[in-house]
Design a protein around this ligand. Structure first.
Ligand SMILES: [Zn+2]
Length: 103
């Protein structure tokens, strides 16, 4: 997932969250709220799945290239500058790993 795709996806997420929030508050209906939350959850999980499939990491200590699983991608911290906080499966180094995409 390249930078443009991430940006477009996040903009779509924000637009959906804001517009959906207005709809939920306007209708004040449990079904609308449930559908809103379900679609929002599916959207986020789909983004994580696409991100996981297109991303890989390289350990700065041992140069091992590795991928991570869905739940690790979902739950591990990620900041835009340093990358993702992970543990190398080869040497065990813990830290921030730069993210690469489009393998
Ligand atoms: Zn390593």
């Amino acid at each position: 997932m390249n930078g443009r795709t991430i940006t477009v996806s996040l903009i779509g997420l924000v637009i959906y969250a804001v517009l959906g929030g207005f709809l939920v508050s306007a209708y004040r209906d449990g079904t609308v709220a449930t559908v809103y939350v379900a679609v929002l959850t599916l959207y986020i999980l789909t983004l994580v799945m696409i991100h996981r499939r297109s991303s890989y990491y390289i350990c700065p200590d041992c140069d091992k290239m590795f991928e991570i699983g869905f739940f690790r991608d979902l739950l591990s911290p990620n900041d835009g500058v340093r990358g993702k906080r992970l543990k190398c499966p080869n040497c065990g180094k813990k830290g921030w790993f730069a993210e690469y995409s489009d393998k």
